[in-house]
Design a protein around this ligand. Sequence first.
Ligand SMILES: Cc1ncc(COP(=O)(O)O)c(C=O)c1O
Length: 379
Amino acid sequence: MKIATKLIHAGAEPDPSTGAIMTPIYQTSTYVQSAPGKHKGFEYARSQNPTRKALEEAFAIIENGKFGLAFSSGVAATDAVIKLLQPGDEVICGNDMYGGTYRLFTKIFEKFGIKFHYVDMHDAGNIKQYINSNTKLIWLETPTNPLMNIIDIAAVTAFARPQKILVCVDNTFASPYLQNPLDLGADLVMHSVTKYLGGHSDVIQGCLVMNDAELREKLYFIQKSCGAVPGPMDCFLVLRGIKTLHVRMKQHCENGKIIAHWLRNHPKLGKVYWPGFEDHPGYAMAKKQMRDFGGMLSFTLKDDSVENAMRVLSSTRIFSLAESLGGVESLINHPASMTHASIPREDRIKNGLTDSLIRLSVGIEDAEDLIADLQQAIG
Ligand SMILES: Cc1ncc(COP(=O)(O)O)c(C=O)c1O
């Protein structure tokens, strides 16, 4: 099946009891058994829920995987992956990634004896020097949040697989419409479903997708034992969101391209980070492993003034100043004080995330209106 058909029909079976075309919201905490242990496959809603089951099947289908698992947030999905590890195990991850992932690694898991190496992954070969017998996981985010770096997924999985090191890709920025890491050899795909998959800024959710049955069992055990599961209403909203992912993503990409080029020609702006520019260091790799370049981009002001950045951030009328991304409406964000505030300033600056960096999640409004809004805000 091609992508549009897949997105619309993934996980959608008519409800067995009524024929309802949309999966009902099974708002229940438990299921009646006819005798102890005699049930219809559903015992207790932390372990199983029919709305969640339909969504988990959809996640698997749209990421070209065999199994999907839904979590109460993207961070909860990441948390489940790290809980596969033991004290003493080591993880290699990017030095440019979502601040909440960094916070989870440094503030929660380091104290349980897991060691994280934060590595420049521009050149995938760089990772090799950090591998030793304790390395159990490589965590990739590509494109990265917020600097839009591109990491070569196939190159990383090619050297990780023979050494039995798991590779998990945070595919939030690309969405399954633009990139399918399992096809490039990754073991796991993670999404902040909150973003493009939900698509309407009304749900917090995460997911994992994988091919290996044993890995699925381990992660399902963590999901039900730790209990970070999404409610059925949220699962319903995401099932609905997925059906229009392709239509939304086409428009995000189109608007993203128009705005990236407009920003680049603006005399008051410094760098514009968007992987669709031919001189972006990850352009060739993005062309290879992604289907388009997406609607996320970042930029700095020519004078690199925090004061001017604050003025721009507070002056937009269509772009809303808010955390998050991937919804139909355009958002503007200040990573240094918002999404990435948990990364120490020194580390941020060293990795290129300056105080004046502004991130845009370009929505699917009319591009002319978005440009007019940025024009009046930047001046
Ligand atoms: C790239 C990326 N990964 C993970 C997360 C965490 O997801 P959630 O906010 O759904 O917990 C985010 C949230 O902004 C993100 O941008």
